[in-house]
Each structure stands twice: as structure tokens, then as C-alpha cells.
Design a protein. Structure first.
Length: 151
């Protein structure tokens, strides 16, 4: 169960995390210590699930991360960069960028096919990538008669 207290603590914890990253990079100037991977993905999943009123599925559920109250399957992608990678075509897709202050910005919230069809070729890591700018353009030009957003 996601609690408001837990969600409200995320900005403070992310600021602390970045403080640690800054200290590490100060001590080791030739290395980058950017939080990424599972950490960013899990933070994104709990943020989106809470703010969009989704129920999270068990970790490692194939293709999707959450389900809406009316049964729509949703994949959640979070990044701190400018691209995301997708392994398979989700029913619905929500993409956010986690900001250093612990807040987030939505870049895509819509039908998975639309984003999947615009992704690049499959890479060696089993993912197809797409830029946040392309996702935002897709979301902005979705036909108004389409069901534009998951929520």
C-alpha cells in the first residue's frame, strides 16, 4: 500500500541522494555517480502509482507495472535523462522524468502502440529507445478523438 507519508518523503530523500552524488563526484571528479537503473525505475513506479491512483503489480511482471481501477494495464517508465528504453509493446504507457528536487514531469501518457511504433530498432540489450522530446511530440499531436490519456 502506498502512503501519502511515504510519497511526501521522496523529494527530501532524492535531495539527500543528490547530495551524496555531489560529494562522490567531488571526491572522484573523473567519475559520474548518476542514480539510474532500478533505483530510478522503482522511484518512478511508486510516484506514478500514487499520483495516478494505480495499483502496482509485482516486480518483474512482464511488460506492465500497474493496473488502473478499470483494468487497463500500464507500463511506467522513469528517467533522469533524455531517453527511455522499452522491451515490449505496452497497452498504455506513462513516462516521467524525475527532477533533482524530487518532483517529476510527465512526458507521455497514452496508448502504448503509438510510442512503440516510433521507437528505434531493437538494441543488443533487448530494448528499443525513444527520446523524451519525441514522446512529448507524440502526446501533443495525438488525435483529439483518441482516448489520449490512460488517466
Amino acid at each position: 500500500m502506498l502512503s501519502k507519508k511515504g510519497i511526501d518523503s521522496i523529494p527530501t530523500l532524492i535531495k539527500e541522494l543528490y547530495s551524496i552524488v555531489d560529494s562522490l563526484e567531488e571526491h572522484f571528479p573523473d567519475k559520474k555517480f548518476t542514480p539510474d537503473g532500478h533505483l530510478v525505475g522503482s522511484i518512478g513506479e511508486v510516484l506514478v502509482a500514487y499520483h495516478y491512483n494505480l495499483e502496482l503489480l509485482k516486480s518483474s511482471y512482464e511488460t506492465h507495472d500497474a493496473i488502473t481501477k478499470d483494468g487497463k494495464m500500464v507500463q511506467i517508465k522513469a528517467t533522469q535523462g533524455n531517453t527511455i528504453g522499452i522491451r515490449s509493446n505496452p497497452d498504455y504507457l506513462i513516462v516521467i522524468k524525475i527532477l533533482p528536487d524530487g518532483n517529476f514531469e510527465e512526458y507521455y501518457n497514452g496508448i502504448g502502440d503509438l510510442a512503440w511504433n516510433e521507437c528505434g530498432k531493437m538494441q543488443k540489450n533487448g530494448q528499443r529507445s525513444i527520446s523524451l522530446s519525441k514522446l512529448r511530440k507524440l502526446m501533443n499531436k495525438m488525435d483529439k478523438t483518441m482516448i489520449k490519456k490512460c488517466l
